[in-house]
Design a binder for this molecule. Structure first.
Ligand code: NAD
Length: 382
């Protein structure tokens, strides 16, 4: 299959591009490299040293003989996107290429506007490119479990059957996102659903949980293939942040009570879920939604796990419940369905002590790169 991985220079996209290439697909990466520029804006970095995109794909070719083409440009430049579609003629378009940090979207008006413009307009351009240039191309779009928020009922996979005043219908599951970033994903979902309906496009919305982990079998093959690992208060995801804090012997900073519960998955499952979606495409006109996560934990449970593993490695860290910079429910019900990817063959890599230990060891190896000022949250929702 010819697959474009948009956002293929990022945390999820890079290992996905390698994995799909290893599986024998003809892969091209599209990325405008903005994430590397945002590192400069935030005076932050990846804990792991990361090579340039060009060095990365050259090393992959040297090691495996497989070529990954690169298209460096922005989804918001429709002329560029038109060229990419015309040259590459994708069968599937995996869309990771968005601004994905909730805190970044909440910095100020400018960052909220950037996030929604970049994400919503970029995705709309992709929909038009598919319609006009590759109508059979399967859009595999990364959404987030955060689109649903934390309702007091079970979260279904995309749709819910409702009975109202004696009549029944199956409707999109209600969305209660918690940041301007999460709202951009909800807007994307609506645009995709509408495009499927009116143009007959095929699309899968992967409502992904929070991704943890770092290495995959492919990225481990050479340091030049390293994946990025964010640890700062803006881009670091919960577990990755705690592991980095432990590595530099910083308290593990839990926001508020830490009872906030979220869905998670290992980066090794992200790459496999995308493969499953690609190999089992949605039907023309179908807007299919998969909940892409394997387990859920409260933030406090994650901190406890990291504290325990760190202790076994000789590192004593405390857990510090700090004032919550976000506006979110701390005490809430959480239960979500995730059977569709499992039914199609996903075998989860669960969060074991071994996984945490492996990450901790990698971070310790690079801990001189950690900028200590960045480990605390710097953005508040109010
Ligand atoms: P990332 O920031 O590491 O990677 C995103 C990549 O997209 C970057 O390389 C960036 O340069 C590129 N990009 C952004 N806007 C672009 C544009 N307009 N044109 C071209 N390239 C652009 O993010 P990630 O963690 O790899 O997340 C990838 C996707 O998965 C995002 O859409 C995110 O919302 C979703 N997701 C991530 C997580 C997670 O825990 N990381 C959880 C749920 C969903």
């Amino acid at each position: 299959m010819k697959i474009i991985v948009a956002g293929g220079d990022g945390f999820c996209g890079w290992p996905t591009a390698l994995y799909l290439s290893k599986q024998g697909h003809d892969v091209a990466i599209l990325d405008n490299l903005v994430r590397r520029k945002i590192d400069n804006e935030l005076h932050s970095n990846s804990v792991t040293p990361i090579a340039t995109l060009e060095e990365r794909v050259n090393k992959w070719k040297e090691l495996t003989g497989k070529e990954i083409k690169t298209f460096v440009g922005d989804l918001n430049h429709h002329d560029f996107l038109t060229q990419v579609f015309t040259q590459f003629k994708p069968d599937a378009f995996v869309h990771f290429a968005e601004q994905r940090s909730a805190p970044y979207s909440m910095i100020d008006r400018e960052h909220a506007v950037y996030t929604q413009t970049n994400n919503v307009m970029g995705n709309l351009n992709v929909l038009y490119a598919i319609k006009e240039l590759a109508p059979d191309c399967h859009l595999i779009k990364l959404g987030t479990m955060g689109e649903y928020g934390t309702p007091n009922i079970e979260i279904e996979e995309g749709y819910i059957e409702i009975e109202h005043k004696g009549r029944k219908d199956t409707l999109p599951y209600p969305k209660q996102p918690g940041s301007f970033y999460h709202l951009s994903k909800v807007h994307d979902s609506h645009n995709i659903q509408f495009a499927c309906k009116i143009w007959g496009i095929r699309a899968t919305d992967l409502n992904q949980g929070i991704v943890y982990g770092l290495h995959t079998e492919e990225t481990k093959q050479d340091p030049v293939l390293n994946n990025r690992l964010d640890y700062d208060g803006v881009y670091g995801t919960a577990l990755n942040r705690f592991i980095n804090q432990a590595a530099i012997e910083h308290d593990l900073t839990v926001y508020g009570s830490g009872k906030q519960t979220r869905a998670f998955l290992n980066i090794e499952d992200t790459v496999r879920c995308v493969e499953i979606a690609a190999e089992n495409p949605a039907e023309p006109g179908e807007f299919r939604v998969f909940n892409q996560f394997t387990e859920w934990f409260s933030v406090k449970e994650l901190a406890d796990k990291v504290q325990k593993v760190a202790k076994e490695e000789g590192i004593d860290v405390s857990i510090d419940n700090m004032e919550n910079p976000r506006v979110e429910a701390e005490d809430h019900y959480y239960s979500a369905v995730n059977t569709k990817l499992r039914d199609l063959g996903l075998e989860p890599h669960l969060l074991t002590d071994e996984v945490i230990k492996d990450m901790l060891q990698t971070v310790i190896e690079h801990k001189d790169r950690v900028i200590k000022d960045n480990v605390l949250p710097s953005v508040t929702w109010k």
